[in-house]
Design a protein around this ligand. Structure first.
Ligand code: ADP
Ligand code: MG
Length: 171
C-alpha cells in the first residue's frame, strides 16, 4: 500500500516506508488553525506582492448563488507546468528560492489561508499567454479520501466568475 525503499543510515541499510498524510485529515485540520478573514486575505496578497504585482483587486460577491471572494493580481503569474506544484501542500519552490519581497516560506499559505475561509479554492493563471487552472474542493477530497487536485480545462475556466471581464485579457 505504501511505497517502500532502502536508506543508508550510519553505514547500515534500513528499510523505510513512505507514509504521506491522509488528505482529508490534513486539509481539515490546517484550515482550522485560526486565520481571520483579514489575515487570510493578507496571506494571499503577500503572494501577489512576491509575484511583483502592481495591482491587486479583492472582490467579495456574497449575493451570488455560490458566494465567492476573488483576488486578482497582475504579477508574473504561474507557469502552466508549475501550477499543480503551487497547489501542493508544502509546495517545493518556497524552500528552494526565496526572493527579497517574499514572506512565504513553507509552501502552505495559499492553500490554508484560502481554505480557512471556504471549501473550494480555484487558482487560475495566465503566464506567457497560456491559461491554466486547478482547484482544491474539500468536499471532493473528503469524499474520495485522496489528494485529488482537480484540473480545469478551458470550458471550466470560462464558467468562472470574472473570466470574461478580467481573465480573458491578452496579457
Ligand atoms: N499570486 C501569485 N502569483 C504568482 N505565483 C503565486 C501566486 N500565489 C502563489 N504563487 C505560487 O504558489 C506558490 C505557493 O504559494 P504558498 O502556498 O502561499 O506558499 P509560499 O508563499 O510559502 O511559497 C508560491 O511559492 C508561488 O510560486
Ligand atoms: Mg505564500
Amino acid at each position: 500500500m505504501f511505497a517502500i525503499g532502502l536508506l543508508i543510515i550510519g553505514g547500515y541499510i534500513v528499510n523505510y516506508i513512505e507514509i504521506p498524510p491522509h488528505a482529508p485529515a490534513l486539509m481539515e485540520s490546517t484550515r482550522a488553525i485560526g486565520y481571520s478573514l483579514e489575515a487570510a486575505v493578507a496571506d494571499i496578497i503577500d503572494n501577489s506582492i512576491a509575484a511583483n504585482a502592481s495591482e491587486i483587486d479583492v472582490c467579495f460577491s456574497p449575493y451570488e448563488l455560490s458566494p465567492y471572494v476573488s483576488i486578482l493580481d497582475n504579477g508574473h503569474g504561474i507557469d502552466p507546468d508549475r501550477i499543480d506544484e503551487a497547489m501542493r501542500y508544502g509546495s517545493q519552490s518556497s524552500l528552494d528560492v526565496c526572493g527579497e519581497n517574499d514572506l512565504g516560506r513553507f509552501g502552505l499559505g495559499l492553500k490554508i489561508a484560502s481554505l480557512s475561509q471556504c471549501r473550494c479554492l480555484t487558482v487560475i493563471s495566465k503566464s506567457r499567454g497560456i491559461l491554466s487552472a486547478s482547484r482544491w474542493d474539500l468536499d471532493e477530497v473528503n469524499r474520495i479520501g485522496k489528494w485529488a487536485l482537480i484540473q480545469l480545462d478551458k470550458e471550466d475556466i470560462e464558467q468562472i466568475p470574472q473570466y470574461k471581464t478580467e481573465l480573458d485579457k491578452s496579457t
